[in-house]
Design a protein around this ligand. Structure first.
Ligand SMILES: Cc1ncc(COP(=O)(O)O)c(C=O)c1O
Length: 406
């Protein structure tokens, strides 16, 4: 679906950064907003909001495959990641559990990495990073060999990566983490709405979600935590969320999140639609742009995400040229764009700085069409040719080939 921004028709291909608000959500917003009472109020103004909060929680739980009692509403994915790590560690300490070893994958979002690092400062934790190779997949033996039974409290491995889309073997990781008596958290922010999954099947203890990656509003998210896992609050307040997250609930955003969760049944079909377009995009790009490579192209990936390395261009310059042409894409995580450093995720996978700097992330959405992809490929080919021409890339490439043949 195209949008008009600054008087120009735009095609949005950055759905990993955030998703547009679904039309059905927009249509319901004013009626939800009219129920402005506080869900904690006992009087009539609180009753409707309280019911809607319960309905939203039920819908989220049904969509994720857990009990409503296991859903804590948060402000989004970053807060859910922080609550998972800090809340679990604090609760463990309060119960006399002295385990201080934490394992996180090298692919995690900054909100998870920074939350883990804060545990070093606040709980004298030892945080160890599980490395990855060019496949972008965490290897079971790398988790197994780092687990320290009796010392490892928690392991965190994301379900799907925001930059490459690589999907991790979370269910298999859960088996070995549980065998060592540790907890498993997964950041499932990117997975929701892009691939079908079920928390019971994944068998994780904690999982993070953000509503704005799922066609709802910014300002709501959730942390799933297994009933048996003790969790301390980050925000103390009036007992909301069963004392796991204080503060009057953002009912408008939570209502939108709950509504989108009632549509979880659409995900399988939407995923197939995006997969067909993404695969067509990648094969056209391979055909029409020389030397391009698809990062982790052989790994299980979200059907909507394509991370390309296009030698001979600078990702930031490419992004700006495409923006001028009317296409919104990304060069790495949107949260870190503006920073001149190449993506830590791509570097952790063993890409060189040059490769990481020549990378482009394309994130398709539910409403992306084949015509939009065709227009985008044409623009990308044009822009890449122009930028490569300016940098004399063809000359360098033929020189490299000449050296190879020598
Ligand atoms: C994998 C992942 N985790 C967490 C977050 C943070 O979510 P939020 O922006 O809702 O705080 C993001 C956002 O880009 C993400 O991609």
């Amino acid at each position: 679906m195209s949008f008009t921004q600054s008087g120009k028709r735009r095609i949005y291909l950055d759905h990993n950064a955030t998703t547009p608000v679904d039309g059905e959500v927009l249509a319901r917003l004013s009626s939800w907003a009219m129920e402005w009472g506080n869900p904690s109020s006992i009087h009539v103004f609180g009753r409707g909001p309280k019911t809607r909060l319960r309905e939203a929680r039920d819908a989220v739980a049904r969509a994720l495959g857990c009990s409503p009692l296991e859903v804590v509403f948060t402000s989004g994915g970053s807060e859910a990641n922080n609550l998972a790590l800090k809340g679990a560690m604090s609760a463990a300490r309060a119960r006399g559990d002295q385990r201080r070893h934490i394992l996180i994958s090298a692919l995690e979002h900054p909100s998870l990495k920074r939350a883990a690092m804060s545990l070093v400062r606040d709980f004298n934790a030892e945080v160890e990073v599980i490395p990855v190779d060019r496949s972008g997949r965490v290897k079971l033996e790398d988790v197994q060999s780092r687990l320290r039974p009796g010392q490892t409290l928690l392991v965190s491995v994301m379900l799907a990566n925001n930059e490459t889309g690589v999907v991790q073997p979370v269910r298999e990781i859960a088996q070995i983490v549980h065998a060592a008596g540790a907890l498993l958290h997964t950041d499932a922010v990117q997975a929701l709405g892009k691939m079908p999954f079920n928390l019971r099947e994944l068998d994780v203890d904690l999982a993070s979600f953000a509503a704005h990656k799922f066609y709802a509003l910014k300002g709501a998210g959730a942390l799933y935590h297994r009933k048996s896992v003790p969790l301390d609050a980050l925000i103390d307040g009036g007992g909301q969320e069963r004392f796991r997250r204080g503060g009057t609930e953002n009912l408008l955003a939570i209502s939108a999140f709950g509504y989108m969760c009632t549509r979880i049944g659409e995900v399988a079909e939407r995923a197939e639609h995006m997969r067909a377009l993404r695969d067509a995009f990648e094969s056209q790009v391979r055909e029409r742009i020389s030397s391009v490579s698809i990062t982790a192209g052989e790994s299980p990936r979200l059907p909507s995400t394509s991370s390309l390395v296009i030698p001979g261009v600078d990702g930031e310059t490419l992004l700006m040229a495409l923006d001028m042409d009317g296409f919104a894409v990304s060069t790495g995580a949107a949260c870190s764009s503006g920073s001149p450093e190449p993506s830590p995720v791509l570097l952790a996978m063993g890409l060189s700085r040059d490769e990481a700097q020549a990378s482009l992330r394309v994130g398709l959405g539910w409403s992306t069409t084949a015509a939009e992809i065709a227009e985008f490929v044409d623009s990308l080919v044009r822009v890449v040719e122009r930028l490569r021409g300016l940098r004399g890339f063809q000359v360098e490439e033929s020189k490299a080939q000449a050296v190879e043949h020598a």
